[in-house]
Each structure stands twice: as C-alpha cells, then as structure tokens.
Write a protein that binds this ligand. Structure first.
Ligand code: ADP
Ligand code: ASP
Ligand code: MG
Length: 448
C-alpha cells in the first residue's frame, strides 16, 4: 500500500482533479490510499462560517453555506458531464453534507471549539465524496472511507493530537476491508474524532499529518505528499526568487523546516513516518514527472545547508525573577505553566538574565503570561518574526550568518538546536524586516 495525499490546489477544480486522478491511476497496482484536502479556499470559507456564527450572524453563515454547496455542485457537474448516474450520486452526497450543515447552523446554540470542529471539517467530506464518484465514473473502483472510523484524537477540538495506539488498532481493519472490493481507497485528511465520538480537526494544514499517520498505521511502503511546487525548496518560492529544489533531505531536517514555518509540510508530518522509517516524498501534482524531494534517514544525507524558513507573527516572551535565583528551577516552573496552558514554544534560551522564548500560539500566550506573572517578571514583545537556517552539521555557519545580515547581529535571540547533527540556527527579527532578511540570507547561502 502507498499513501498519496493531495492538497487543496491539487483538488481545486476540474483540471486539477483530473490530473490528480491520472496520477492515482498510474499507481493502482501499489494499492493507493488517497488522502484529500478540501478544495482550495474551502476551509477558509468554513472558518468564516464559524466566525459568522460566533458573531451571532446565522443568516450570513447560511448564505456562505449556499455558496459552498453551489461551488461543489458546479464542480461535480463539470467533472461528470456525461455520466448521469455518478453525477447524481455526487450531487446526493454533496447535498447530504450541506443539509447536515444547514441544520447544524440553524440549531447550534453556542459556538466554541467543539462546534467549530464540526463545521471546519466538512470541506474534506465534500471533496472526498465528489472525487470518489469521479474515480468510479471513469472505471477506477474506489472505496470511500470515513477517516473518523479510525483517526482518534484527544479532545483539543481544533488541534487534535492523534492517539496512535487506537489508530493503529482501527485503521488497518477499516482500510483492508475497503480494499477487498476496490482498487483504490479515498479518505479525508485533517479530520479526527475523540474516543467519545466528538468531531475534531488536526489544525490548519493537517492533511499532511493525516497522510503520515495513516501511512504509519498501515505500514505503507511510501507516503507521497502531492502539492503545487516541485518538492521542498531552499526557501518559500512565493517569498524568495531563485529557490532551489532539494532532491534529498533527512527526516530531521524536514521536521525542523516544517516546525520552523515551511508551509509545504504540516509541522508534525514527519513524526509518524519516522516511527516506522517510511520514506516521504514531496511531489508536484502540476508536474508529475518531476523528481520532487525524497525524505530519508540522515545517514544518506551529506553535511550542508538545506534551506531558510520563516515564521511570521510570533511573540517573544522574556521571563525573569526580581532577584537572581536558580535558573533551572525557574525553567521547570515556566515549562510547567506553558504545558498547562498548551503554549507551543519554538525557540528557548536560558541565560543569566532569565528565560527567553518565542511562540506562535498567539491566542494561548496571554493566559500563560497571567500565570507566569504570579511568580516572575514577564515582558512580551509582539510583531516579531523568526528565521531559521536548516541543514546538517551547520553550527559553524552561525558566525558567517552575522556577515550575511545586520539583523542577525542585532537579534536578541539566537539559538542553535543542540542535537547529534546541528540542524537549526534560528533568530528573531522585527516582523517588518522579515522578508528582506530571508532574501539576504538566502542569497548569501544559495546564490553565490
Ligand atoms: P497543499 O495545499 O498542497 O497542502 P500548501 O499551500 O499547504 O499546499 O503548501 C505548499 C506551499 O508551501 C507552496 O506553494 C509554497 O508556497 C509553500 N512553501 C513554503 N516553504 C516552502 C519550501 N521551503 N519549499 C516548498 N514550498 C514551500
Ligand atoms: N483543509 C485543511 C486546511 O486548509 C487541511 C489541509 O489542507 O491540509 O487547513
Ligand atoms: Mg498544506
């Protein structure tokens, strides 16, 4: 079995969907489990529906749902103009999902994370049902699997953490049964369910993570992440010119890149694949014959710099004690508060002046600050961005980077990830200067 995940742009309309199905068709003998995202922009529309409801605007929410229904009915009609049976089947399924949402919007009494997860997850059900019908209509026997039959998470509704044991127990049975009567299986990325049966989602961009979890659970031979760029690149091609494709990268480097803001992979994508050493490929559905990027164990990778990533809009938090005291006990207390308030930390430095860390958990930091302030002085600086240079054994680059950019010299927080092979040198810059700094550093490292 192989897992093939297709992101929003790869299922964004008739042309993209037909190209995607062509790619799947070429691999049927490998038993593809196709994991799809919502059509591009659809999850944004669903978040907007949740926001309207939060503001009490039920009418606005129903109007937006009407647009969403039409978008999918139109897409299905365009995809299956001559196949009356499968087109009607697709219409039925799309209407069933939208009717359910319509009732939910009409009846929901209050809107919090649990209710938002119900709404936000529907894009993947719409796209997967529609594509399943199209695949069958052109003779690819495809089974539809509801990912909520196996993708068990905790009850962090909008950022569910997978419960691996439970998923590994359930997924192979569900997927094997689906293959017993089909050549391909299609399921949804992004969605999850608690063990009590409440709907969850895995967080923005979570379909990559779903694909990797499924690959791990069924011992897939390979996990293919099909997106809209030629593999993992030396920087975000939307922000930097002249980026290079990285043909091979280690699991550790890819994980660092993803965690440091490279949107091409969800930050947690590598974790499940690595548990079983399953190769992950990043490929371009608009250019299927390209080689893309293969993610492999570190021993296959040479020393050297791989990429520059950035994270926009992070907070820099400085925690110190009024009187000098034991830094390690301060660290223990700070980490306990951050874990309790579910604040993700990106960079952390413990120094004589206290503890400095960065976080992109903008909504959760304020409650952590309230708790930290009961025993320490806390200063929060917003409008910061974080830049990370990633590669194998690149710690010596730290000084060279200071020549590349004045901003690196000025940065208040520079960290070098301390593990076997130094893979991440990060620093914090003012948000407004981020793009320039990334370009300067990219040009210094890659455009000689
Ligand atoms: P999908 O919908 O397929 O999941 P995403 O938009 O989530 O696609 O991710 C692909 C995008 O990631 C690319 O279009 C690109 O702009 C962005 N990106 C950011 N950093 C990188 C990088 N280092 N290499 C490649 N793409 C990157
Ligand atoms: N549709 C979800 C999102 O837009 C998940 C994904 O695309 O990976 O965040
Ligand atoms: Mg994505």
């Amino acid at each position: 079995m192989i897992v093939m995940k297709f992101g929003g742009t790869s299922v964004g309309g008739r042309e993209a969907i037909e190209r995607t199905i062509g790619i799947v068709r070429s691999k049927l003998e490998e038993k593809p489990i196709v994991v799809v995202s919502a059509m591009s922009k659809v999850t944004d529309m669903l978040y907007a529906i949740s926001d309207s409801l939060e503001k009490g605007d039920r009418e606005g929410a129903q109007a937006a749902l009407g647009k969403l229904r039409k978008k999918h009915l139109d897409a299905a009609a365009e995809l299956m103009p001559d196949d009356h049976l499968w087109r009607e089947e697709a219409f039925c399924r799309i209407n069933a999902v939208c009717d359910g949402m319509q009732r939910f919007i009409a009846e929901v009494a209050e809107i919090g994370p649990a209710q938002k997860a119900v709404i936000d997850s529907k894009g993947e059900f719409l796209s997967s049902n529609m594509i399943c019908c199209k695949m069958n209509s052109i003779g690819i026997k495809t089974s539809f699997v509801n990912a909520r039959d196996f993708m068990v998470t905790d009850s962090d509704y909008l950022k569910g953490a997978p419960v691996y044991d439970e998923i590994v127990r359930r997924a192979p049975k569900v997927i094997d049964a689906a293959f017993s009567e089909a050549d391909a299986v299609i399921t949804q990325g992004f969605v999850g369910i608690t063990s009590e049966g409440e709907e969850t989602v895995l967080g923005r961009g979570g379909s990559d993570f779903s694909a990797s979890i499924i690959g791990m659970a069924v011992d897939a031979a390979r996990i293919e992440i099909w997106t809209d760029v030629d593999g993992v690149r030396s920087a975000d091609p939307r922000k930097v010119d002249n980026t290079l494709c990285i043909p091979k990268i280690s699991f550790e480097e890819a994980a660092e890149m993803a965690a440091s803001g490279a949107k091409v992979l969800h930050p947690k994508t590598i974790e499940p694949a690595l548990l079983k050493n399953i190769p992950v490929l990043v490929l371009n559905s608009m250019n299927p014959s390209g080689h893309g990027t293969t993610i492999v164990p570190s021993s296959y990778i040479e020393d050297g710099v791989r990429s520059v990533s950035s994270k926009e809009n992070i907070l820099l938090v400085c925690v110190s004690l009024p009187v000098i005291s034991d830094a390690s006990s301060l660290l223990t207390r700070v980490l306990a508060v951050l874990s309790e308030t579910k604040v993700d930390i990106d960079l952390l430095r413990v120094g004589p002046d206290g503890i400095v860390f960065t976080s992109a958990s903008l909504d959760r930091v304020p409650s952590a600050v309230v708790k930290l302030s009961t025993f320490a002085d806390v200063e929060v600086e917003d409008d910061k961005a974080q830049i990370s240079v990633i590669g194998k054994n690149i710690s010596e680059l730290r000084l060279a980077l200071r020549d590349a950019s004045e901003l690196v010299k000025e940065s208040r927080l520079v960290t070098v990830a301390q593990n076997d092979s130094y893979v991440n040198i990060s620093f914090v810059v003012p948000r407004a200067r981020m793009h320039d700094a990334v370009r300067q550093i990219h040009s210094y490292l890659f455009e000689k």
